[in-house]
Write a protein that binds this ligand. Structure first.
Ligand code: NFS
Length: 672
């Protein structure tokens, strides 16, 4: 008899070890039962390259890849490692690092450019779909772009016509990407000391695109071979992202779609409804999602959905599109980056609409196993699989495109298989914070704008501020790092500002509600949150909205009492589960704006200790901020707290905090 050889079953992820989220655990298990692999399983079967992960593999020419592993036991004496051309580990790691900056800055900035182009169409009144919605914001940003908002007429100062201002803002803004001379205009929005520092160090970006192109040139075979000079170019490009491309994206989105103010909503896959048409929108540019939100609310489409037997249309977001729709319309969030495949595994996703960035190609394979229509919409982001539908979205016929997509989802409602499994889990959240709303909630009525916030930092109720942001990473337990870091910070009276997938993780955990303050915060922060009625974790939007954090920090500096530069503030940044090149670009502009920043999971320069030391130590002397790495979430949070305490001490406000805590203890002793 022929011998029967059993095919080896593929190794699968342990759902509980893969994520802390119960809804995700259930769906990972469901996928496995159905024989569908998700990123969690693939992370088990495919190990990362041990050399690449340390940043010391050069594949910038065809003589390589040259791999420069660290000798076992570390480097003793001179580091003699080199590639075929002689490139050292420092050169290779620095090249790789700034190529990541280029990728990230390009992604944010190209997104910004796309918004600027739509803004131009709106200003020219070429489109019915997009209009200048927030004229206050327009008037606020115009002067920063050198656009006058008043005119002198007959010896009188008069308000300029709003359409005229919009058109000029559109022209100036679009030129920021490729103007031949000058520097990125928004750099001057930074505290003056910081601007002067950048100028002296020669890192002011000339325009947004040029700095990215120059990275590609300098890292080409045989060009820049000095890690200090390479990272200097990385700084220019990253600053051009944070204070340029991203900041323009945020501002122009606010003008077109409205500046966010606090809204109540929900988060996690439990927001999907079995008896509704579920449309999941995933990606980054609100240019697409805004139209779908508008169209899905139209009575005739809701009626159409009802005619097919559904009770209505349920929208949900994934990734930063989720944050955009949430902060402006209160649309609930379906999940983080790592939950995109799982949304389809529910069997109840009638359409998933994607635009750009953080979209996994495996979505198409998962969609094939269900009735889900997977629709790509952007000319620069298509998929090769034949079940994917491409409906190219264009601002000139945006409403029609959105309607076509929504109708397609509705028509698909009755094609669902018999088994739908939507997890129960969802949490309430309050989102939509930003420079303006923090000012409203934590500002003084007649004193400096950020007076209450500054005052509470000075008196020590708020120990400091943590900006915790960034992705999920399948190489670590989904959301665990995010939640542990944030909880440890608020427990220690550190107010947290969040964006991106960290914000979604916090929402799912219930940390974005004012009520969570009494449960999770230290006494000082809890008191402030309860008094003003805010959550201890403030959702400030998507990843391009990290620009809001730069401006909020600038406002804190301006309000006074906490030094005269961003690097003086008791403030630290963190991305506990980062994975994308965008995170590196963000991290680098944050560091070079003066903020100490810790990354988790892995760090892409560990194979080049000298270059890494330059990032972790030397940058502080230049910019006041520096990089750090810590995979353990609790230690990670305490590194941030230690930095915050160091800054409090330098400001001479460390004693105030000791007094506050003593008062609190005294009070508790009395109550007992
Ligand atoms: Ni930011 Fe947004 Fe999420 Fe990371 Fe991706 S969605 S732009 S890159 S994974 S936070």
């Amino acid at each position: 008899m022929a011998e029967v050889t059993k095919a080896k079953a593929p190794k699968l992820a342990d759902p509980v070890a893969a994520t802390i989220d119960v809804a995700s655990q259930q769906l990972i298990k469901r996928a496995q039962d159905l024989g569908i692999d998700t990123i969690f399983d693939r992370a088990v079967t495919m190990k990362p390259c041990a050399i690449g992960v340390q940043g010391i593999c050069c594949k910038n020419c065809s003589m390589g890849p040259c791999r420069l592993p660290l000798p076992k036991g570390g480097i003793e004496g001179e580091d003699t490692r080199k590639g075929l051309c002689g490139a050292t580990a420092n050169t290779i790691a620095a090249r790789n690092f700034i190529r990541m900056v280029a990728g990230g800055a390009a992604a944010h900035s190209d997104h910004g450019r796309c918004v600027a182009e739509v803004f131009m169409s709106a200003a020219r009144k070429e489109t019915e779909a997009y209009k200048i919605k927030d004229t206050n914001k327009l008037l606020q940003i115009a002067p920063h772009l050198g656009v006058a908002i008043t005119v002198e007429e007959d010896g009188e100062t008069k308000d300029r016509d709003i359409d005229e201002i919009a058109l000029e803002v559109a022209k100036v803004a679009l030129a920021e990407w490729g103007k031949p001379e000058g520097e990125v205009l928004y750099m001057k929005r930074a505290p003056e000391v910081l601007y002067e520092k950048w100028k002296k160090l020669g890192v002011l970006p000339r325009n947004i695109d040029r700095e990215i192109v120059e990275i590609m040139h300098r890292t080409h075979m045989g060009v820049d071979q000095d890690y200090k000079n390479l990272i200097k170019q990385g700084t220019r490009a990253a600053l051009g992202d944070g204070w340029g491309g991203s900041m323009l994206a945020t501002d122009l989105q606010d003008v077109l779609f409205g500046t966010p103010y606090p809204v109540q909503s929900e988060a996690n896959l439990g927001i999907m409804k079995e008896d509704h048409v579920n449309i999941i929108i995933h990606g980054h540019e609100p240019v697409l999602s805004e139209m779908i939100v508008a169209v899905a609310q139209r009575p005739e489409l809701v009626e159409y959905a009802k005619s097919k037997g559904a009770k209505g249309i349920q929208l949900g977001g994934i990734c930063c599109t989720a944050n955009e729709m949430l902060q402006r319309h209160g649309v609930p969030v379906a999940g983080t980056f790592l939950q995109q495949e799982l949304a389809i595994i529910t069997g109840a996703c009638d359409a998933m609409v994607v635009d750009i960035q953080c979209i996994m190609q495996n979505l198409a394979n998962v969609a094939k196993c269900f009735h889900t229509k997977l629709i790509t919409t952007h000319p620069i982001a298509k998929m090769e699989q034949d079940n994917v539908i491409h409906i190219e979205f264009d601002e000139h016929h945006a409403i029609e495109d959105a309607e076509k997509i929504v109708r397609m989802a509705i028509d698909n409602f009755n094609n669902r298989g018999s088994e739908v499994m939507i997890p129960q889990q969802k949490a309430s959240q309050v989102a939509g914070f930003g420079v303006e709303s923090i000012q409203y909630h934590l500002g003084g009525t007649f004193r400096g704008t950020y007076y209450t916030l500054n005052d509470n930092i000075i008196n020590g109720r708020i120990r400091g501020v943590g900006a915790v942001v960034g992705c999920n990473n399948a190489r670590t337990r989904h959301n665990e790092g995010h939640i542990q870091v944030v909880k440890e910070l608020i427990k220690n009276d550190v107010l947290v500002l969040t964006t991106g997938c960290n914000a979604i993780a916090c929402a799912m955990e219930g940390l974005l509600t004012p009520e969570s303050a009494a449960v999770f915060c230290g006494p000082g922060l809890a008191e402030v949150c309860e008094t003003v009625g805010i959550p201890p974790v403030l959702h400030c939007g998507s990843c391009v909205d990290n620009s809001r954090l730069l401006l909020a920090a600038t406002e804190v500096v301006k309000a006074g009492g906490l030094g005269n530069d961003i690097c003086d503030l008791p403030l630290a940044g963190s991305a506990p589960e980062w994975m994308s090149e965008k995170a590196i670009s963000i991290g680098h502009y944050v560091v070079c704006s003066g903020i100490y920043t810790v990354f988790g999971v892995t760090f892409p320069t560990t194979g080049a200790p000298v270059f890494q030391d330059y990032l972790f130590k030397d940058l502080e002397k230049m910019y006041g901020g520096m990089w750090d790495f810590e995979a353990d979430p609790i230690k990670h949070a305490h590194k941030m707290i230690a930095h915050i305490d160091k800054k409090r001490k330098a400001l001479g406000i460390d004693k105030a905090r000791e007094r506050v805590l003593m008062d609190m203890a005294d009070r508790q002793a009395l109550e007992a």
